[in-house]
Ligand binder design. Structure first.
Ligand SMILES: Nc1ncnc2c1ncn2[C@@H]1O[C@H](COP(=O)(O)OP(=O)(O)OP(=O)(O)O)[C@@H](O)[C@H]1O
Length: 228
């Protein structure tokens, strides 16, 4: 089902053990096991529909496996308490495919939203958002609106929004979809910069994307139902 050669290290930050996912009668994941360690950059690679987004949703606690266990920081996500779920929401920076920027808010306001949701004050949220935009090389656009941005810049802002609460783990679903090669590489390199300072980065992509200057690991997925 997948090929993975994890380095021997400390306890994995993320661990899928013999995970199966079925939607009605559609088997999407069959017996998937993978360990992902702190500071790793992992690319989940496979064709459209093979279940990469499903893996990200499992890790984020947005979906439960039909069978098997998904552990984050050593604990089964399904058994997380309310407090642990709150921690998980802050610990994970989500860059999902279907979470567009709000067009009637400035870039800064968009990036502030997850910080406000995590109960930062407006001033704190603004400072965090400015720092996140700076790390994603988008400071100059803070007071613009999404309509002013290119597709690549939008993805950079989506990354800033994902990291505004300084997550330990970034889950990025097809971050380079619809981008040309240069913009795709820019976004992947930015994700790589986070991994280089110890953030774990998991990217789901049908393209094999390699960050510049840092090691990455590819985990290959094959469709359980013939692909699309
Ligand atoms: N909630 C759901 N109910 C029913 N089927 C679902 C659900 N979520 C996903 N699927 C199906 O599971 C399969 C895997 O979907 P998933 O989005 O994980 O694939 P993917 O590899 O990420 O593809 P893509 O690159 O297109 O996002 C697809 O056939 C999809 O239609």
């Amino acid at each position: 089902m997948f090929e993975s050669t994890a380095p021997v290290q400390e306890e994995p930050l993320v661990q899928l053990s013999h995970v199966f996912v079925e939607f009605d009668k559609l088997q999407v994941l069959r017996d998937v096991s993978v360990d992902i360690y702190r500071g790793e950059f992992v690319v989940l690679h496979g064709d459209t529909g093979c279940g990469k987004s499903t893996v990200l949703r499992l890790i984020a606690g947005l979906l439960n496996p039909t069978r098997g266990a998904v552990r984050v920081a050593g604990e089964d996500v399904q058994e997380f308490s309310t407090l642990q779920r709150r921690w998980l929401r802050r610990a994970i920076g989500l860059m999902l495919q279907n979470s567009p920027l709000l067009e009637d808010r400035t870039i800064l306001e968009n990036v502030m939203l997850p910080a406000l949701a995590a109960e930062a004050t407006t001033d704190q949220a603004r400072q965090q958002a400015l720092a996140a935009l700076s790390r994603c090389h988008m400071s100059d656009w803070a007071l613009n609106y999404p309509i002013d941005l290119s597709s690549g810049q939008r993805q950079q802002v989506c990354l800033a929004r994902a990291v505004v609460n300084q997550p330990v783990l970034i889950l990025a679903d097809e971050p380079a979809a619809h981008l040309d090669a240069n913009n795709a590489q820019t976004v992947i390199n930015l994700l790589g910069e986070f991994a280089s300072v110890g953030v774990t980065v998991i990217v789901a992509s049908h393209l094999l994307l390699a960050p510049r200057d840092i090691a990455y690991r590819e985990v290959k997925f094959a469709s359980q139902h013939g692909g699309l």
